[in-house]
Design a protein around this ligand. Structure first.
Ligand code: MN
Length: 292
């Protein structure tokens, strides 16, 4: 199943090229704050799945081009990211901080955004702001100290994600947590439809030019190891989002660019880039050049 959010927190299913509104069958209430309907749905998915399928069968198809798609899980308990999880990316960044040694880090949940929202660049002239294409893992059930053997059973599904990054020496949490810096979408494809998550092509284009092309088989830490590692430290909850790291080919984005990510079998999304205002601060001053 391909589960999505659209038009102000409604829950939908993409089926045969159309969106079906399953908000009611999913127990959703778009007016509810905080927006945790998708987290609740993931936690109770087995109980809700039959009603959702029925709602698709008798629902009215909506043209996806006429819907504003939002990030599927806007309010997860955790947004986790894996640094440098492909060797060729470690080489291009000359980075010793590969995932096997560095582990993982946290991003602000508020950096999440959806396919219909632009990436808004902070006003930091002279700093490189890069795209990173990543496979996002969506956790399906609560787990602590999850073994490698059990890890895949804790996964609800997968999505495309971008880990937009101001390059520099400051903490990753600052450089990667600007609002809109973590587009995830366009929907969650449930794990049963994805098959082997270590055999997925991952591609990214900027303005139609391919910049990143890799396969998830080349991850340094595979997905069971990522889940074992994270859950050794903290309880993973339904709806938690883990960005599994980017391959080689990262590069700058700027005002007016269009970034497209595609993971066949999972999804594809295209987001615009716009120049915003503000964003400099005591750690990332506007006037300091990259590398300073
Ligand atoms: Mn990344």
């Amino acid at each position: 199943m391909k589960l999505l959010r659209f038009d102000g927190g409604r829950i939908g299913v993409l089926h045969e090229g159309s969106i079906y509104d399953v908000t009611e069958a999913a127990g959703g209430d778009p007016k509810r704050w905080p927006p945790v309907d998708m987290v609740r749905l993931i936690a109770n998915f087995e109980d809700r799945a039959a009603a959702i399928r029925a709602a698709v069968e008798c629902g009215r198809p909506i043209d996806p081009d006429k819907a504003a798609l939002e990030t599927p899980v806007p309010w997860p308990n955790k947004l986790i990211a894996i640094p440098v999880n492909y060797l060729a990316h470690a080489e291009e960044m000359r980075s010793p901080a590969i995932s096997r040694h560095a582990g993982f880090f946290m991003l602000a949940n508020s950096s999440l955004s959806g396919p219909s929202e632009p990436i808004v660049l902070p006003d930091l002239p002279g700093r490189s702001i890069h795209h990173e294409a990543e496979l996002a893992i969506i956790i399906g059930r609560t787990g602590r100290h999850v073994s490698r053997e059990d890890a895949l059973s804790h996964i609800f599904g997968y999505a495309c994600s971008l880990d937009i990054t101001v390059r520099g020496k400051q903490e990753r949490a600052i450089r990667k947590s600007y609002d809109s810096f973590t587009p995830v979408g366009p929907w969650i494809t449930t794990a049963d439809e994805v098959g082997d998550p270590h055999a997925l092509d991952l591609k990214l284009w900027v303005n139609g030019e391919m910049r990143q092309e890799a396969n998830t088989r080349n991850m340094i830490l595979d997905i069971p190891e990522i889940i074992a590692m994270c859950s050794a430290v903290m309880t993973l909850e339904p709806g938690d989002v883990i960005l599994s790291g980017t391959p080689e080919g990262v590069g700058p984005i700027g005002d007016g660019d269009t970034v497209r990510i595609e993971i066949p079998g999972v999804g594809a999304m295209e987001v615009g880039v716009v120049q915003g205002e503000g964003g400099s601060n005591v750690a990332i001053p506007k006037t300091v050049m990259e590398g300073a």
